[in-house]
Each structure stands twice: as C-alpha cells, then as structure tokens.
Design a protein. Structure first.
Length: 321
C-alpha cells in the first residue's frame, strides 16, 4: 500500500513538472481540466495540466495549474500566468496561513521523515528552520554569511549593519539623522548622538540633561568614572612654563590675600559653582595646578631672598655691638 501511494506521489510530481515545462515551451499554451487525461483525480484536490499541442482557442487559457478544494471553494496553489509571473499560494484564509517547504528522506520508497526548512506564514512572516510565531523573520543556523549590507528602516530610522561604502571598515550604526544605542538587558550601555558624541552608562534622559556648553566642549562622557592602569593626554599647545618668563606678572602676596578673601578660590582656578555646572578639563586643570606650583616656587624664592637680607642685617647689627 505504501509503495502504491509513493508511486502516485511520483506520478503527480511528474505531471506537475511536465505542466510547468510545457508552459514555458509554448507561447500560448491551453490549460485543460484533468478530466481530459487518463490521470486519477482525487476528492481533495484538482489538477490542471497544459496541453502543449493545442495553442487555440486562447480564451481557454487559465492562469493556474494546481488547485485544491477548501471550505470557501477551490483555491489555487501554484499559479503560472500567461505574462510569465509565477506564484505559489496558501489556499487558506485567516491567521495561521502559511506555506511550508519540506525536505523528505526516502528509503526504498518509504517516507522516513521530513524537516520543515522554510515556512512562509501569514502576517508577512518568513521562518527558516524554526517554528516560532512571534517574529517577522527567524533563521535557525550556526552562522549566516552574506556579502551584502543589512538595512533596517522603521519610522524613518535607517540602520545599517555590514561594511562601509569603501569596504575597508565594518559598520554598525544609523544612516539617518538618529542617535544609536548599544545596550544589554534593554538598558543603554553606549549612547552615540548625531554630533559624534559618546556617552557611556548614561540613558537618553540623562544625556538630555547635560547642558549644551558641556556637550560642545567634550566628546566622551562616562558615568561613575573610569578605572585604568594609565591615562595619557595627547600633545597640547599650552603649558604653564610661562610663569618663569621675566615679564610674568606674579601677584604680590597682599593682592593674592585680598583676591582669596573676596572669591574664596585661587586666581585662574575655576570656582566650585563653575565645576558643578560645566565640569573641568583634565589638561586645563593640570596646567593650572602646575601654574600654582610654579607661582608658589617663585614666592618661596622671594621669601628666601628676603630672609637672607634680613639675616644679613641681623648679623651686621650684632657685629656692631
């Protein structure tokens, strides 16, 4: 019995292949009902084949080859139109409509097993090697290799995954004027805006709270600090050695005392309020601190000269007694 069923299946496939081949072999093939041929017609479906020997009348040309009976009438499964368009359809309506492509293993005419490799489902879904009903497209494989870039467009946001235009760098990001977030557990880890600013550990809400001046001044923002074995600052055009130039205006100590009493911080050092509002540059702060150390060194040298002069006068007075 199984051999008989298998033979019928092979006969059906052969007729279907012959029908497709005949269609492409004639400019105006005529399609007839299966009853014209000595081929068994089952109760669950209807088969249409093409007679390549008859090219007229053209009014008898029908667009579909293979159809099936459903609760809502006869629906076509495989359609080959006269203008060369081929379609493969699911005959059922409503949610769950799908087309399955199976690979079958045969041994001595017996069907041992089958595996659903490709499924085209309703609601614009395509599944490859999976059976989930949630995503628009799913692929179950160890790896996917492609030489083409992958693009995603949703609500005007255009994302790109692949290579740069010159094929010299990998590329993950937006091609439209939209920020990009890299995260885990649905939380932002790295936030990149359209001005090439990078925020690590900050949410989009926290990024929006940073004032414009600070954003314009810096390129990288890190929440909770950075732990590193070493930090290097690139070459800079300014440093604090100008303090030792002859024309440097070192404030007298009395003037420095007055400034501190009024402003509550050293000259050139940003106030507490400014640091709260804008933060500070590590390079600028290092330069300012070095400037204060060099100024302090000059003050010590001045005081040393005065002490030497005073000691000389004291020795002179003592020797005059």
């Amino acid at each position: 019995m199984k051999h008989a069923v298998c033979k019928k299946s092979f006969a059906f496939v052969g007729v279907l292949i012959m029908a497709i081949a005949n269609l492409y072999g004639q400019a105006f093939p005529t399609i007839y009902d299966v009853s014209h041929y000595d081929t068994e017609q089952g109760t669950k479906g209807r088969l249409f084949v093409i007679n390549k020997d008859v090219v007229s009348p053209t009014s008898e040309i029908k667009p579909f080859i293979f159809a099936t009976n459903t609760s809502s009438g006869i629906k076509d499964l495989l359609r080959l139109t006269t203008n060369g368009v081929a379609t493969l359809n699911s005959p059922f309506d409503g949610y769950g409509t799908k087309l399955d492509f199976y690979a079958q293993n045969l041994w001595q005419g017996y069907l041992l097993g089958e595996s659903n490799h490709l499924e085209i489902a309703g609601k614009e879904k395509v599944r490859i090697g999976v059976s989930s009903n949630y995503n628009a497209m799913e692929v179950n494989a160890t790896s996917i290799n492609t030489s083409a870039n992958m693009h995603q467009a949703v609500s005007g946001v255009l994302m790109r995954y692949g290579c740069s235009d010159d094929k010299k760098q990998g590329w993950i990001g937006s091609e439209s004027s939209h920020d990009v977030v890299l995260g885990t557990n649905l939380k932002s880890c790295i936030y990149m805006d359209t001005n090439q600013k990078v925020y690590i550990g900050l949410t989009p809400t926290e990024v929006n709270q940073i004032n414009v001046h600070t954003k314009d001044t810096y390129g990288l923002f890190v929440k909770k600090g950075v732990l590193a074995e070493d930090v290097a600052i690139g070459p800079q055009t300014s440093w604090a050695d100008f303090v030792f130039k002859p024309d440097y205006g070192l404030k007298p100590l009395t003037e420095l005392r007055q400034f501190i009493q009024v402003n509550k911080h050293l000259p050139d050092v940003p106030s507490e309020q400014k640091v709260k509002e804008n933060g500070y540059s590590q390079h600028e702060m290092n330069k300012i601190l070095l400037q204060k150390i060099e100024e302090l060194t000059l003050y010590i040298i001045q005081q040393d000269e005065k002490i030497k002069q005073q000691n000389a006068k004291i020795e002179e007075l003592e020797s005059a007694r």
